[in-house]
Design a protein around this ligand. Sequence first.
Ligand code: OAD
Length: 251
Amino acid sequence: MTDAADGLGEAFDSLRAGRLLTILTGAGISAESGLPTFRGEDGLWEGHHAEELATPEAFARDPVKVWRFYEWRRGLVLAATPNAGHRAVARLQHALPRVAVVTQNVDGLHQEAGSTDVVELHGSIRRVRCTREGTVRPALGAAFSELPPRCPGCGAVLRPDVVWFGEPLPEAAWRRAVEAARQSALLLVVGTSALVTPAAGLVVIAARAGAFVVEVNPDETEATPLAHRVLRAPAAKVLPRIADLAERAPG
Ligand code: OAD
């Protein structure tokens, strides 16, 4: 691998001068925290059928089955800690004037690592939403005593506050993500297969708007043809080097 910093110096000068860095992350950034990704060997969608677990139809048919899956995943998330990749993203946010962190992940590990203002495109497994009132609250405690859990306010069934296949993305999050993609001088695409739309479309939007696109991923993805630089290594290895570069004094 070439040095992560090679050729990125100029881009970082413009970021220090106030241009926007957008970091788009996917499940791969949390892989080194021990959380499974979705696709590929050992991916969640290899052992489970997404249409039976992550659609509104599946939830209507068998809410307990869907909840068991999300409670299992929430247990994994609560036991996990952020890794050097998440911490580097937080460092970048502190080192540069304008950084947007946009994630497809529902694990909350960016926030745990110290990132602020994270745009969560697919919601959070750490929150629940009332299916009747739409109210959102934290999923407190390690496990619910009864499944499906019920809304303390109205008694209706609660659902995980995540986006399922066939559902629109949260409007405000999507708007902020598109705005960030359009304004970016540099887009870091980290640990995503870029197979799921509309999130993957952010790479196209940023590239068309003139962003320099850098992919951080051990494998080739749908985003690779759009990338100006490809760093074929795990996020926890590459991102700290990029954060070092951002923290280095200019010149
Ligand atoms: P995927 O499982 O589709 O892709 C994970 C990517 O991470 C792959 O390209 C891997 O090569 C890469 N990867 C693995 N280990 C890595 C590491 N250590 N460092 C960097 N990259 C690594 O996950 P996503 O692209 O996030 O949506 O999936 C997108 C969406 O599909 C998810 O948000 C979820 C899923 O269905 C919903 O549930 C709505």
